[in-house]
Design a protein around this ligand. Structure first.
Ligand SMILES: [Zn+2]
Length: 854
């Protein structure tokens, strides 16, 4: 498709001459239940002004057919005006009305207007997802965040359906087999934030009200939706409960009344991301409706997302970045507010900062060490750059740096800054400087150098303690050494830990200080008794990797699990994982730590990330000669802990799932089969549907599940989730035919929906099947550019990332990746970035294996 990309320069040019006054969008989706109908009718009328009459411009539109284009009453020839991605219009007047009538396509990739038919009952569901630039798949639009306008949607849909959009509906008119929904005009919002949700959704309703400072009462109708067949599992009360706590909390902190009227939260099928903050009409992935037992970490994760999206109503929707360079102005803030809100709003998830330190930051560290890392305020040349920038830097590092800013400038200055920011820029667009100016006012500090160090440079610092003691064991020197390409100011705490009477490692002293430059002395520590364990960045105030002195590392080897405080222990786990990734700790030593201490890990979220990391350590970072033994040790450990765990608890479930992921010998696989057949039991463990699929996946990957057995399970669970799991199980079988079928299903056709693309890739890429999948490395590199050109960017990203021969950790595969990069300097930068990152993962794995071998 020509010109599908849009550059920052083009967007700036367009914004410099245009002001958009209103959009009116009419959609007719009555054809949606008919699978043979590929398109729906879309009619857009845009009223806009042009500062340079006579100039030309274009609107963005990705549609199979354009039927009519009218500018200021003048009909244009669609064949001449439309090039497949843009409708070109020239001879603009000072005030213009443009109408574009098109046939737009129902999406199966989650981009644009996604259509899903429920296998459980045959019902059809629609929802939109646009960010960063897919509104143009549904209507004609100036697709850039700084051309805000009020939108008025009209949607004609099957009579039995309900329809939602950003604003409440004003009228519903019934015709024979259809109903037409007229929505109120929205406040001025960006195109990527508009939304339509339509279908026979199950709805739970409630409302929220509060009295504002001026005495008026703000009443916000609330609703939560999911597919009908998920209704029996839908715990809307819990979701709406978190919603109300969040609305209280953000009103108190932000002091700006929620500006979008009502608040709907739709849980939608085959959603590509966690959730999207469409004003008044948030969409979530429906996997947040739990069909089977999940651990409390999953409930915490969901509540975090609810608050993250709600924070966006202010950071992002009310005040929006001018262009995608400043995506962090909404995502870093929302990511920070997710954890901050869980604690501050009084939800039951009071350990949110432990999760943040352990899991969210791991994402940031990983991303920040790729050669493709970038400053938090990024240089986003075009839409492909923008699409890749929803990454660990923009979200997790940005949020970490805001946490550091709160420690550095104070929470009062931070929130007073937020309040002034909303007042000053409501319904407008901003850049970094707009925020900094305000924070300097409220904090009284010069934040330019702080911002230069933290927001405008890339990379993570490493902090290492330097500790000496005299013959009596008294500290003679404690200093913090800082490494990294850019040294930054860090406000940190340093904790000293010793064993208490019960043998637990507890904090005996804490010093808070500003680390600047390469070496900073901790003067107050001199003269104290040398502790068993020194923890830099205690309380996780700053964003850095931490190392240990030799004695502290020895304490961890024998007593990591004895650290009493959850956050301190999570920081220690995080640090030893970083040591392993950095080839400074052999993978088998990390695995030994997990096997020794995970059984006593109280925090369920931390435990589950230990499982993922330990499995990754064996699969990718361990010497291949030891891999088999490492795998057996993990499975033995999982079985031991599963039997020891409290019946019916989260830990038991986590260990059962870990057993399913690691089972390899006949004892483990025999138990897996027994649990499925009901001939084996673990007291308190309910083998429900999702656990059944996890167990089937273990058998399938081991070559011990027949096609008939898997079909039987699907027959018993003929649902959207069941189909995904079944597809993954088929692809996970260790046969050349299964791998070929999965590969072909994804590569040779674009018929598969996003969810089944993902399931095929996940099943194909079982690390233990590297001898089977190695054949696909050469074809992978050959087809990269074709995939990038022919598939939508969402699907292309999955294929490029998921089919990279990640499990082939050897020099030959690294050379193949390097060869592709050297031979394709002019490939799309976003494609090169994805390959560079996978290549870097491979090089890291090779270094880790060398460390493990030595
Ligand atoms: Zn977000």
């Amino acid at each position: 498709m020509p010109g599908k990309n849009l550059s920052r320069d083009e967007a700036q040019q367009r914004a410099s001459i245009l002001t958009v006054d209103a959009y009116r969008v009419r959609l007719d989706v009555t054809s949606a239940p008919d699978p043979a109908a590929a398109t729906f009718r879309s009619t857009t009328t845009i009223a806009f002004r042009c500062a340079e009459p006579g100039a030309s411009t274009f609107v963005d539109l990705l549609a199979p057919a354009v039927r009519a284009v009218t500018l200021n009453g003048r009909a244009l020839d669609p064949a001449a005006a439309y090039d497949g991605a843009r409708v070109h219009v020239d001879g603009l007047a000072a005030e213009n009305v443009l109408t574009v009538e098109a046939d737009c396509a129902y999406s199966r990739t989650g981009e644009g207007l996604h259509r899903f038919t429920d296998p459980a009952d045959g019902e059809t569901y629609l929802y939109t997802h646009y960010e960063p630039a897919d509104a143009r798949r549904v209507f004609a639009t100036f697709e850039q965040p700084d051309l805000k306008a009020p939108f008025t949607f009209t949607v004609t849909a099957p009579a039995a359906w309900d329809v939602w959009s950003n604003a409440p509906h004003e009228t519903v008119t019934a015709e024979d087999a259809t109903r037409t929904w007229e929505f109120a005009p929205t406040r001025p919002i960006s195109t990527y934030l508009t939304a339509v949700v339509a279908g026979p959704y199950h709805v739970a309703r409630d409302h929220y009200s509060r009295t504002l400072d001026d005495g008026t009462v703000l009443d916000i109708p609330l609703s939560a939706m999911c597919r009908r067949s998920l209704a029996p599992y839908f715990d809307a009360d819990e979701i709406l409960g978190v919603t109300k706590l969040g609305l209280d909390f953000f009103h108190e902190r932000f002091a700006y009344p929620y500006p979008f009227g009502k608040y709907d939260q739709a849980f939608v099928p085959e959603y590509n991301i966690g959730a999207m903050e469409n004003p008044g009409c948030v969409t979530f992935r429906e996997e947040f409706v739990f069909r089977s037992k999940v651990t409390d970490a999953a409930y915490e994760g969901r509540a975090n997302v609810v608050l993250h999206e709600m924070a966006h109503m202010w950071f992002g929707d009310l005040v929006t970045m001018r262009w995608w360079d400043d995506l962090w102005l909404k995502e870093s803030f929302a990511d920070f507010m997710g954890s901050y809100g869980l604690v501050g709003a009084g939800t039951r998830f009071q350990s949110a900062w432990v999760t943040f330190a352990n899991q969210r930051k791991a994402w940031a560290y990983r991303q920040d060490q790729f050669p493709t890392t970038h400053p938090i305020t990024a240089d986003i040349r075009d839409l492909e750059d923008a699409k890749l920038n929803f990454d660990g830097i923009t979200y997790a590092k940005g949020a970490s740096v805001l946490k550091q800013l709160v420690a550095y400038a104070g929470a009062d200055a931070f929130f007073e800054g937020a309040r002034r920011y909303f007042q000053r820029h409501a319904f407008g667009n901003t850049e970094l400087a707009d925020l900094l100016d305000i924070l300097e006012e409220t904090s009284g500090r010069d934040l330019k150098s702080w911002a230069a160090a933290w927001l405008q440079t890339a990379g993570v610092n490493t902090l290492t303690p330097q500790l000496t003691a005299d013959a009596e064991g008294r500290i003679t020197e404690l200093a913090v050494l800082q490494d990294g390409e850019v040294l930054r100011p860090h406000r940190i705490a340093v904790g000293l830990y010793d064993r208490d009477a019960d043998g637990a490692l507890v904090r005996t002293a804490r010093f808070e200080l500003d680390v600047t430059g390469a070496r900073t002395a901790v003067a107050e520590a001199v003269g104290l008794t040398r502790p068993a364990f020194v923890l830099l960045n205690d309380d996780d105030l700053t964003y850095c990797k931490i190392r240990f002195d030799e004695e502290s590392l020895e304490t961890l080897r024998t007593g990591l699990g004895d650290i009493k405080d959850d956050l301190a222990r999570a920081l220690a786990w995080s640090a030893v994982w970083n040591l392993t990734r950095d080839a400074l700790m052999p993978a088998r030593d990390y695995v030994a730590l997990v096997l020794r201490f995970a059984g006593q890990e109280a925090n369920i979220g931390v435990l589950q990330s230990l499982h993922t990391q330990a499995k990754g350590a064996v699969d990718l970072y361990a010497d291949p000669a030891w891999r088999g033994e490492g795998g057996r040790l993990l499975a033995d450990g999982a079985l031991h802990e599963l039997r020891a765990a409290a019946p019916g608890g989260d830990h038991q479930l986590a260990w059962a799932r870990f057993l399913a992921q690691t089972a390899n010998g006949s004892e483990h696989l025999g138990l897996v089969r027994g649990l499925l057949a009901g001939t084996a039991r673990i007291d308190g463990l309910e083998v429900d549907q999702e656990l059944r699929w996890a167990l089937w996946l273990a058998l399938a990957a081991a070559g011990q599940a027949t096609e008939e057995e898997l079909a039987g399970e699907l027959a018993a669970d003929n649902t959207a989730g069941g189909r995904r799991q079944h597809t993954q199980c088929l692809a996970a079988r260790p046969t050349p035919e299964a791998k070929a079928a999965a590969w072909s299903a994804v590569i040779d056709s674009d018929e598969l929906p996003n969810a089944l693309v993902e399931a095929n890739i996940a099943g194909f890429a079982v690390p233990a099947h590297r001898d089977l999948t190695t054949l696909y490395a050469a074809p992978y590199f050959k087809l990269l550019e074709r995939v990038w050109a022919e598939r939508t960017i969402e699907i292309a990203m999955r294929i490029v990332g998921g089919f990279f021969p990640q499990a082939q950790v050897d020099e030959a595969t690294l050379a193949e990746a390097d060869g592709w990069l050297a031979g394709h300097p002019d490939a799309a930068p976003a494609l090169r970035r994805l390959v560079l990152e996978r290549r870097d993962d491979l090089a890291r794995a090779l270094r880790a294996q060398a460390c493990d071998r030595a």
